[in-house]
Ligand binder design. Structure first.
Ligand code: DI6
Ligand code: FE
Length: 419
């Protein structure tokens, strides 16, 4: 914990609220560590007013001083792909899979996503909220200051809206920036069996207009896969979303290659996620549109996949890579983004610098927040974390456990904010 000194009560009108000093800044500007040893961050009105080294620091009279003795300060962590709101859990299926039943077979037998759909439909808004709070708190405790949460387990107008309302309420209850994504095109609801196009029409004509009118989502996502929706169906959802002014994202190339990621790039998607089976042409299309590749090592790990996303192609073509938890009941019951940092390196061969960029600046870009989040730069929101660590790679290196850290959210230590 930093030592805090109060300013004089007779301080003139302040041009700076607080100063944070005594640690190495890992600014993550342009996706690189960009270290500033013995750095200072000045904060005003929840934003970064000044950042630089102690030697260059101007006088900020009246500011509250927070002095660390060493360690590093990173931007607040961004988990840009989660499904944290859902009813029930799927630990029984986890057990089935370990007894040899495949994910596709479980889904075909009405399990998988659909079992969570039943539990989510049956749950009240209050129950969903309480369960999501339980899952969100561990993420926040390890330095997540911005999280995206998807709907997609309601699969009816009423239940999708229920999920989206819970997501919005979480953002108002906790000191974390919550971005809401409508993933109604996640799976085919049982009552639409054999009528996938009719379900797509319901999403486009009925659900999305309500979602847009009530500001319930910041983006629209779709699962493009043989066991979900075809590229043509996904494109109908994208066209409807964009007509309502909502940006799009995609779950693509997770289990097979349908070129959903290239389709998403043609629609200037914020991100394409999973991407184990993405091709050279997909990567080229994503690079051209600035679509972020969101890598999800938790699902790869839990499904015991063997095909890695083409990290070398993304590097070669300059596709920004984000890393996220994909926290969901079926394929990634992950409640630690720090663990994903390690798995991104160990399983996908990211460098620690790339992994950290994936949960800071590129994670922010995957949410369209690159102007306000993800780096320690003047003008950005003052979300940052102090870690008592020697160097940024140490954050990626430790496996599990809870590292002590000081979380600053919108310029205030979370210790001062009620969780
Ligand atoms: N891909 C995933 O990994 C999750 N959704 C998706 O489209 C899985 C969701 C689940 O199994 O509940
Ligand atoms: Fe997902």
């Amino acid at each position: 914990m930093p030592v805090t000194t109060s300013p004089h009560s007779s301080a003139p009108s302040r041009d700076c609220d607080s100063l944070w000093r005594g640690a190495t800044l890992v600014t993550m500007q342009d996706g690189h560590y960009n270290l500033i040893e013995n750095g200072v961050i000045a904060v005003r009105d929840g934003h970064i007013l000044w950042v630089g080294s102690e030697a260059d620091c101007p006088d900020f009279p009246g500011a509250v001083e927070h002095a660390f003795s060493g360690g590093i300060i990173t931007p607040g962590l961004v988990d840009c792909h989660t499904h944290l709101v859902f009813g029930g859990d799927r630990s029984a299926e986890f057990e089935q899979r370990l007894n040899g039943v495949s994910y596709a077979d479980i889904a075909a037998a009405g399990g998988g996503i659909l079992s969570t759909v039943n539990a989510t439909r049956a749950a009240s808004e209050e129950e969903l909220l309480a369960q999501a709070l339980f899952r969100l708190q561990p993420l926040l405790a390890e330095g997540v200051t911005c999280v995206e949460i998807k709907s997609g387990y309601g699969l009816s107008v009423e239940s999708e809206i229920k999920m989206l309302r819970v997501i919005r309420r979480l953002g108002h209850m906790l000191p974390v920036e919550v971005k809401s994504t409508c993933l109604a095109a996640h799976a085919l609801p049982p009552e639409f069996k054999g009528r996938a196009d009719d379900y797509i029409q319901l999403i486009c004509d009925t659900l999305l207009p309500v979602v847009a009118r009530e500001h319930l989502a910041d983006a629209v996502d779709a699962f493009c896969e043989h066991l979900a929706f075809s590229p043509e169906q996904v494109e109908r959802v994208f066209t409807a979303a964009q007509a309502l002014g909502l940006p799009v994202k995609i779950h693509a190339e997770q289990l097979s290659s349908l070129h959903g990621s290239a389709l998403a790039a043609r629609h200037h998607a914020l991100s394409a996620d999973h991407l184990e089976y993405a091709t050279d042409a997909d990567a080229i299309a994503m690079a051209a549109s600035g679509t972020v590749a969101v890598l999800l090592p938790g699902a790869y790990y839990l499904l015991r996949e063997t095909q890695c996303p083409p990290v070398a192609l993304f590097r070669q073509h300059g596709v920004p890579m984000a890393l996220a938890s994909d926290a969901n009941p079926g394929t990634s019951p992950a409640l630690s983004l720090r663990l994903m940092l390690n798995m991104g390196c160990t399983l996908f061969r990211l460098t620690p610098e790339e992994a950290l960029a994936g949960v800071t600046c590129h994670g922010a870009r995957a949410l369209g927040l690159q102007a306000t989040h993800g780096t320690l730069e003047v003008g950005k929101v003052a979300d940052f974390i102090h870690w008592p660590l020697s160097r940024p790679a140490e954050l990626v290196y430790w496996l599990g456990g809870q590292l002590p850290c000081t979380v600053v959210y919108r310029g205030h230590s979370r210790g001062d904010v009620r969780l």
